[in-house]
Design a protein. Structure first.
Length: 117
């Protein structure tokens, strides 16, 4: 079954790191992904840019609404993800506990499934 680990980090946290600290953290995440790849569990992974370059689109209500980031009301942002192939939720949670980002962010574990279930 497919599970996604969503890295939910505090908005603005990245700006508190020096370039060297940011590269070290990113390197740890890359090595984590490489280990998952070697175990045959990684389907995909990506880091996401900050919300400063994000755009939100809504067509609900009266016409389309487009809001450019950063989003003042947001206290957290999705910083990246790992898409995994796991046998169970317990296995996905165990992998989330191994994720370096769990030290500075929340790692949300979600099963992929139709939205009507």
């Amino acid at each position: 079954m497919s599970y996604m680990l969503l890295i939910i980090e505090p908005t603005g946290q990245r700006a508190t790191r020096t370039e060297a600290e940011g590269r070290e953290v990113y390197g740890r995440m890359q090595r984590f992904g490489e280990a998952l790849q070697a175990r045959g569990q990684l389907k995909a992974s990506e880091s996401l840019a900050s919300q400063a370059s994000a755009v939100r689109v809504s067509t609900a209500g009266e016409g389309a609404k487009v809001v450019d980031g950063p989003f003042a009301e947001a206290k957290e942002m999705v910083g990246g993800f790992f898409l995994l192939d796991c046998d169970s939720l317990d296995e996905a949670v165990a992998i989330a506990r191994e994720c370096p980002a769990a030290e500075w962010a929340t790692v949300e574990v979600r099963a992929l499934a139709p939205c009507y279930e």
